[in-house]
Design a protein around this ligand. Structure first.
Ligand code: GLU
Length: 466
């Protein structure tokens, strides 16, 4: 590509960053990174009533958590009003825009009348040729050509064309001086030298309006790529109903950022039938040619599957550090990352999220009683007394707390008491963890330590009235 690739992500801070927004941000980021280009962050906050500073904070936090770092920005549209005004004057001077003082209520009445007549409810062009000056109560409208066709070659969807007569004279600057979306975006994309606009296909109907503004300004439009929107399983627009959450809620649920980016990358984009991609692979392979036309369907199970994969891949030291805040949510306040790493290493094969892992880790830190009722009924029976007693004695006598030492202990106990190894293991497991399923005893006993293991066995013996 001759010119530098420059993409942008331009969220409106009227809500948190959701999966759809993260999907768009990721594709822009990957495209820029793949081409060694620039990824720009722009906050579209001209809707002063609905924009909130805390949403800006949350969006930045979510992008950084996902690892989608930006090279320029964040720019804020609300700080660029003078730039938009310059461009408004350029259009007015060129006769490509005009001032309009139609009263909003009256406009609405005229729209309703048009609808009643069976006409399209569009601006009737009343101020088009009036030559009104720009005043405190005038809006500015773009003079859309009334004939001809506006088209572009979409980098994902192919050729798209609109009849200009379908587009009415849109307001580009409201009477209060605030530019409207279609105009501000064009000015920003020109001044920020954006080369590729990659966004959701819900913006397709805005694109001909934007192209006409580029043309009126004598500017070359960027290339457009409209990505299919993500849908829920019932093929309707993705929403809370489908269990879709804001990005930071995935973090708080214990999803790893690499799982979420891998998941989002594969929605609508593919590289053969590969499912698991490192970040380097995503950057290396990403291209718009392999973005499909069909929408990606959100599938929480697939996200969890990927997350399990990354939980297994993450080195225990890192997993331990990541686990600490999730332990805190379970009421376990510890900063012992070394222990947390050992704990995590015993749980990462089964847990699907860090939250599940922290729940499964409770017994390492808290008393395992009251026991799971069914587990206790089944395995902590008077028949288990000799097992518990013998195990306690041998541990107190100094059995080595290694995988080997403990495997031998279990086997010797079974042999000496004339029972199967599982008949030894299950009562011990319930006594030590409160449950009938847990990581292996040979892994968990060394983490509990000798003293704590003996304390728990003593409690179980008392529980059985011994
Ligand atoms: N602020 C717009 C949105 O959130 C961005 C549209 C665009 O990328 O041009 O949908």
């Amino acid at each position: 590509m001759a010119t530098q690739v420059r993409t942008r992500f331009s969220p409106s801070p009227t809500g948190a960053l959701h999966l759809g927004g993260a999907h768009t941000a990721l594709f822009n980021w990957l495209f820029a990174r793949h081409h060694g280009g620039v990824f720009i962050l722009r906050i579209e906050d001209t809707d002063m009533e609905r924009s909130r500073a805390h949403f800006v904070e949350e969006i930045l936090e979510a992008l950084l958590w996902l690892g989608l770092d930006w090279d320029e920005g964040p720019y804020f549209q609300s700080q660029r009003l003078a730039i938009y005004d310059d461009f408004i004057h350029r259009l007015l001077k060129a006769g490509a825009a005009y001032c309009c003082d139609c009263d909003p209520q009256e406009l609405e009445a005229r729209r309703q009348a048009a609808l009643a007549r069976g006409d399209k409810p569009r601006y009737d062009g009343r101020c088009r040729e009036r030559g009104l000056p720009l005043g405190p109560k005038t809006a500015v409208r773009f003079k859309t050509p009334q004939t001809g066709i506006t088209f572009w070659h979409d980098q994902i969807k192919g050729h798209i064309a609109f009849e200009n007569q379908e587009l009415d004279d849109l307001v580009i600057r409201r009477a209060d001086g605030i530019p409207t979306y279609n105009f501000a975006v064009v000015v920003d994309d020109i001044t920020m030298r954006v080369s590729h606009v990659i966004r959701g296909d819900d913006h397709i109907s805005n694109t001909p309006r934007q192209i006409l503004i580029y043309q009126a300004l004598g500017e070359e439009p960027p290339l457009f790529a409209h990505m299919p929107l993500m849908l829920g399983k019932d093929r309707t627009k993705l929403s809370k109903r489908h269990g879709a959450l804001p990005v930071l809620a995935y973090r708080d649920r214990g999803i790893l950022p690499q799982a979420l980016t891998n998941y989002l990358a594969r929605l609508g984009w593919s590289h053969g039938d590969q499912e698991i991609f490192s970040r380097e692979e995503l950057i290396r392979y990403f291209s718009l040619e392999h973005v499909g036309k069909a929408p990606g369907i959100h599938d929480d199970d697939k996200l969890l599957w990927l997350n399990s994969h990354y939980l297994k891949e993450t080195p225990p030291e890192e997993l331990g550090r990541l686990l600490l805040p999730f332990l805190a949510k379970e009421g376990i306040h510890t900063d012992d990352a070394v222990k947390a790493a050992r704990v995590a290493a015993t749980l990462n094969k089964r847990a699907k999220t860090l939250m599940e892992m922290a729940q499964a880790a409770r017994f390492y830190y808290l008393d395992p009683w009251p026991y799971d009722e069914e587990a206790a009924r089944k395995h902590l029976t008077p028949g288990a007394l000799p097992v518990l007693r013998e195990a306690r004695e041998r541990l107190a006598a100094g059995v080595e707390l290694s995988e080997e030492g403990l495997t031998r202990l279990l086997k010797d106990l079974a042999r000496d008491l004339g029972v199967k190894v599982v008949e030894v293991a299950q009562p011990l497991r319930v006594a030590l963890t409160g449950k009938a399923a847990s990581p292996s005893l040979t892994e968990l006993i060394p983490i509990l330590g000798r003293e704590e293991t003996i304390r728990r066995l003593d409690f179980a013996l008392r529980h059985l009235g011994a």
